[in-house]
Design a protein around this ligand. Structure first.
Ligand SMILES: NC(=O)c1ccc[n+]([C@@H]2O[C@H](COP(=O)([O-])OP(=O)(O)OC[C@H]3O[C@@H](n4cnc5c(N)ncnc54)[C@H](OP(=O)(O)O)[C@@H]3O)[C@@H](O)[C@H]2O)c1
Length: 338
C-alpha cells in the first residue's frame, strides 16, 4: 500500500486538524491523479472540520497542482499539466484523484495559489449571478462580451446584468469578492456591503460603484432598489435584503456566514419561487470544467483578481483554519503543500 500525507480530523490535537499518513488514492477511470501544490480554504468545510466532523474525516474541496497520472479513459489533461479543480472531500492532501469533469488547466501567468481560489468561491459567485440573471431575464449571460452570448449557457441575449443594480453582501469574503467582480464584468452597477472599514479598501479595488460600510444591509437602501441581491451573509442581512428589491427583483442567498444555524421567518413563505423574489441556495453546478477554464482565463487576462489574504505552509493548517473561522483573514486563505 502506498501512503501519503493528508489533513485529517484528529480530536486529540489543537483545532482538531493534523497531518497524518493515509492511503494514496486509486483513481477511477475518469479521474486524474494530481500531485497537489496549493489548497484553498472555505468557510463551510472549515466549520465542518473544526466544529462537527468525526475523527478521521478528511476535509478539502479545492486544489491546484500537477497531473501525475492522466485519467485512464483518456479524458482531461495529460501528465505534467498544471491544473486546478474540486472534489467532495479530501483535497487537503499530497495526492488527490479528481474527476476530469471538475478539472481544468491553469493558463500561463496564473499561479497555483490563484487557481486554487477559483473552484468553490468563484463558481459559487458565478452560478449565483447566473441564477439571478436567468430569473431576472429568462435569458442570460453575465460574463460579458457578445462573443460569449449563447456559448456559455446555451441561451441567447445580451449581457443581462448590463446596467442592472446589484447589491452584494459579505464582500470581504471569498465568495463576495468574486461576486462583485463578476457582476462588474457583466456590466452591472454594483453596490458592495462590507462590515469593517479596514476591509473596505480591497473591496473598492474591485471597481464597484459604491462601497457601504457596516453590518446592517439597511445602510444600502438609499442606493437601491436592487434588481439583484447576492447575499452571502444570511440572517439579518438576508431578512433586510429581500426588502431592498426592485419590483420583480431577485435575491440569491448563497450562504449564512453570519450564523450557520439561521432560519428565516418572514412573509416570504416559499423560498424557491421567483415570484417571491427569493431564491435560497439553489445553485447547481453545470459545466464545471468549462466554467473553471473560463474563470482562470479571466484571471490570466487581468479581468478577475483573486484576493488572497494569507498564504502559509499546510503544516500551519490548524492555526490558519482557526483564523479563517474567526474571520481574521480577508478574502481567501491558501496553504502550500510541500
Ligand atoms: N451555496 C454554496 O454552494 C456555497 C459555496 C461557497 C460558500 N457558501 C457559503 O457562503 C458563505 C460565504 O462564504 P465565503 O467562503 O465567502 O466565507 P468567508 O470568506 O468567510 O466570508 C464571510 C463574509 O461574511 C461576512 N460576515 C460574517 N459574519 C457577518 C455578520 N454577522 N454580519 C455581516 N457580515 C458578516 C464577513 O465579513 P468580515 O470580513 O468582516 O468578517 C465576510 O465578508 C458561507 O456561509 C459559505 O458556507 C456557499
Amino acid at each position: 500500500m502506498s501512503t501519503m500525507r493528508a489533513v485529517v480530523v484528529d480530536p486529540d490535537v489543537p483545532e482538531r486538524l493534523a497531518l497524518h499518513e493515509v492511503e494514496s488514492p486509486s483513481p477511477a477511470p475518469a479521474e486524474a491523479l494530481i500531485r497537489v501544490s496549493a489548497i484553498s480554504l472555505n468557510l463551510g468545510e472549515v466549520r465542518t472540520a473544526l466544529l462537527r466532523a468525526e475523527a478521521g474525516w478528511r476535509p478539502g474541496w479545492e486544489l491546484a497542482g500537477v497531473v501525475e497520472q492522466a485519467a485512464a479513459d483518456g479524458s482531461g489533461p495529460s501528465v505534467g499539466a498544471s491544473v486546478f479543480g474540486m472534489v467532495g472531500f479530501g483535497a487537503w492532501a499530497e495526492r488527490v484523484a479528481v474527476p476530469t469533469a471538475q478539472l481544468a488547466e491553469i493558463p500561463d501567468g496564473v499561479t497555483f495559489a490563484q487557481a486554487a481560489t477559483l473552484p468553490v468561491a468563484g463558481l459559487t459567485a458565478l452560478y449565483g449571478l447566473e441564477r439571478g440573471a436567468i430569473l431576472l431575464n429568462r435569458k442570460v449571460l453575465i460574463t460579458g462580451g457578445p462573443e460569449n452570448v449563447g456559448h456559455l449557457y446555451g441561451l441567447e441575449g445580451e449581457a443581462m446584468l448590463l446596467k442592472r443594480k446589484v447589491l452584494v453582501t459579505g464582500t470581504s469574503g471569498g465568495v463576495g469578492h468574486f461576486a462583485c467582480q463578476l457582476a462588474r464584468q457583466g456590466g452591472a452597477q454594483v453596490v458592495a456591503l462590507v462590515r469593517r472599514a479596514e476591509r473596505a479598501a480591497s473591496v473598492r479595488a474591485m471597481g464597484v460603484h459604491e462601497v457601504v460600510i457596516g453590518e446592517d444591509a439597511e445602510l444600502t437602501r438609499s442606493f437601491g432598489p436592487y434588481h439583484l441581491v447576492i447575499d452571502t451573509v444570511g440572517g439579518n442581512s438576508l431578512r433586510t435584503a429581500v426588502t431592498l428589491l426592485e419590483t420583480d427583483g431577485i435575491c440569491v442567498n448563497l450562504g449564512a456566514a453570519e450564523n450557520p444555524d439561521m432560519t428565516l421567518q418572514n412573509r416570504y413563505g416559499s423560498f424557491d419561487s421567483p415570484e417571491n423574489g427569493l431564491v435560497i441556495r439553489d445553485i447547481k453546478p453545470r459545466r464545471v470544467a468549462k466554467d473553471l477554464e473560463r474563470l482562470a482565463q479571466m484571471v490570466a487576462s487581468d479581468q478577475l483578481h483573486p484576493h488572497i489574504g494569507l498564504e502559509a505552509s499546510w503544516s500551519d493548517v490548524a492555526e490558519v483554519t482557526r483564523s479563517l473561522l474567526d474571520r481574521r483573514i480577508t478574502g481567501k486563505a491558501i496553504l502550500h503543500v510541500s
